[in-house]
Write a protein that binds this ligand. Structure first.
Ligand SMILES: [Zn+2]
Length: 148
């Protein structure tokens, strides 16, 4: 199979290298924490200190499996759980983090913290409530290289 594929964008078709990432795995982590958001009107409910049961979903991709048949052993992701338990769980995020603790910022922070440890990681999604999700991925910024 050719590794050059057509990618259909809004108004044009470009040829790009096939990424061939055929396996995606994810693992979910949980923590409870308090925060209030800066920069909002005083009457905005998120300006008051309040809490969430956060959900963090880490996704990893691979084109080939290891000798066992895994993308990676889920147990190898335990440093993420240990970090969350130690620095985020049952904390006031305004004290624990040096940025405005929106889910967007938390997702980026977690990705940046672990991107070197887990090069197969492609996204981190953070949820404050079950119905709302923010996903951070450097891949969202990747445009296909035009080669033809
Ligand atoms: Zn909140």
């Amino acid at each position: 199979m050719s590794d050059i594929v057509d990618v259909h964008l809004l108004n044009e078709t470009v040829k790009t290298k096939q990424l061939n990432k055929m396996y995606k795995i994810s693992k979910e982590f949980h923590f409870s924490a308090a925060h209030k958001l800066e920069g909002l009107p005083a009457d905005h409910p998120c300006s008051n200190l309040h809490g969430h049961n956060y959900i963090v979903i880490v996704e990893l991709e691979a084109s080939e499996l290891n000798e066992v048949g895994f993308v990676t052993d889920y147990r190898k992701l335990s440093p993420i759980k240990e970090f969350i338990d130690k620095y985020l769980d049952h904390q006031n995020l305004n004290d624990a983090l040096d940025f405005n603790p929106t889910v967007e910022n938390i997702a980026k922070f977690l990705f940046k913290t672990f991107e070197k440890t887990f090069p197969q990681m492609v996204t981190i999604t953070v949820k404050e409530t079950p119905g709302i999700a923010v996903t951070y991925s450097p891949m969202f910024d990747a445009h296909p290289d035009k080669i033809g």
